[in-house]
Design a binder for this molecule. Sequence first.
Ligand SMILES: *Cc1c(COP(=O)(O)O)cnc(C)c1O
Length: 381
Amino acid sequence: MNEKRKIHEGSSRLEIDLDALRSNYRTLAARVAPARCGAVVKANAYGLGVAYAAPALYREGCRSFFVAQLCEAGALARSIGDGPEIFILNGLDPGSESECAERGFLPVLNSLSQLERWRALARTRGCALPAALQVDSGMSRLGLPRAAAIALAADASLAREVDLRLLMTHLACADQPERPANADQLAAFASVSAHFPAVPRSIANSGGALLTRDYHGNLARPGIALYGVDPGPVAAGLRPVVRLAARVMQIRMIDAGTGVGYGLDHVAAAHQRIATIALGYADGWPRNLGGVGAAWHRGIRLPIIGRVSMDSLTVDISALPENALAEGNFVEFLGPSQSLDDVARDAGTIAYEILTRIGARHTRIFVEDGVAQTIAAGESL
Ligand SMILES: *Cc1c(COP(=O)(O)O)cnc(C)c1O
């Protein structure tokens, strides 16, 4: 990469490998076949940029997409057009019924009141409106109680008002294959879906897609696995999708007894060479990685010393050869030396949270078919 290009790379660089994303989609689609494979692209495709991730998945054959909220569905539709199904997992906010129907989005109806509002709109319009129906099979988060869902199956006017495209449920423990709760939920869901024999079923998130065939239903809904993170204990042959690197802003030598950063939490025990890096908690780098996490350079670990600031953090670079790093160089935060799971473990959280918090203040480089497209930091995605 030449100097000129680097000047435009801003302070930090988030590389998104759309070929890896597509490869992960293929891996999951093969895993759940003959069930179809959808894609969960809520929260801006887990922070990566839905306007780039969703079209890449579409090119790979994905035709069913899931977002959490109506406000996300619009951006998604702009990037993939009207053809594919767009489900709204969090359901139908009061007052959003007309907008949802007019734009052809499919709400996941999670409660009887949501269902009733959708049916009321259908009666006004004189035609059945498409939707998914979620059943709570044991997670107690979203969805109709089983008895309520079974009662609906006997409601003769339902079909006139709701075009049921999907009957779905969500697993609480899919990332832990050994938990009996998985089979319990599957059985609970089957006791409801038997009453809706003509409606396609959807059960599996990423973890579920890696469970046995019984969990695949007719349409899988993986999220995190698409983005390269194994949901459970078994490596599923997924490729990492993101790399994150940030620039060295300043390098200094400090003497024994010198404090570093807010609160002077770190005090050098001896002579130490340190670098201040342009990455902070405003960039989604967890503040609790101060004194715990690390950056990497050419396979060498550079421990974070002192507190993580809003826009910067400091690392000890004493382990590097004298001239290995200069101002303006990039050091690795996510990549071959450090995975999302590594960072999550250090920060006491899960890879999902690290990924979705990465934030907007990075230059984004989307790579597909060997072609890189660079989006400047702060530009809308
Ligand atoms: C977020 C979500 C998914 C995707 O979950 P992953 O663990 O990321 O695969 C699937 N279904 C529902 C209902 C969700 O909320």
